[in-house]
Design a protein around this ligand. Sequence first.
Ligand code: ADP
Ligand code: MG
Length: 280
Amino acid sequence: NTVSPLPSETRIITVSNQKGGVGKTTTTVNLSAALARRGANVLVIDLDPQGNASTALGVNHRPEVTSVYDVLLGDAELSDALQISSDHENLACIPSTIHLAGAEIELVSLVAREQRLRTAVDTFLKESDRKYHYVFIDCPPSLGLLTVNAFVAAQEVLIPIQCEYYALEGLSQLLGNIQLIQKHLNPTLRVSTILLTMFDARTNLAHEVAREVRDHFPGEVLRAVIPRSVRISEAPSYGQTVHEYDGGSIGAIAYLEAAAEIAERWAKLESLESAEAHSG
Ligand code: ADP
Ligand code: MG
């Protein structure tokens, strides 16, 4: 494993798609674990009441644990909720608990309800002794206040797209919501990355969907594609990422490739920007 270039500033990436079951959580945990293995310090914020990311990262998310729920309601700092994942020492997680299911409604009456996660993350990153290279936020399958909080806290959106029927359905709604967030709450948010997931190379459909998505988003879609793989779907039931569960599997390798691409693209952008700054 080669070490990827590390970003000079923390990249905060929201993994979002209002469709359920497209690979948001799987992508969040396995990309994060891949980047941690390549030398990055990574924080995963589990913003889905289901807590699947917390499970896959092997952190305690029983109801009594301090979680992202307490952070959003202002009863705890992010650092109070932080746990180190069993997957890798470089990989930390803010768990979600079942309490988060009520947060969509409880948040409505609070001040600065859209900015709560952002404020907590900004404070945490400023005060932390450890320099984090990546923060990934795993979103629930809806466009409610939790997802809005994720969009406001992040600089980038990563959209996983399942190579299946109706892959592009709902995408214009998601992009429309991101535009609204850009206009009113977070002007610097951008869709930086699209990842094709659950790709089954034996079906024509998967190839067609992949081609269509690449035609629509030539700059955003990663070259790496995540194959449909039993090893990927088995890992979470052992409280593991695919890298820990079966590091040599095609699924693990695909996520390592996607991670390398995400790191290298950014490094290229950063070097372009610094070259421009120097040339005046
Ligand atoms: P989401 O977070 O978008 O709801 P998940 O990441 O939980 O989606 O994935 C939905 C289901 O599909 C889970 O059971 C997961 O294990 C499975 N899955 C995700 N990616 C793959 C893959 N590449 N191959 C096989 N199964 C996958
Ligand atoms: Mg999920």
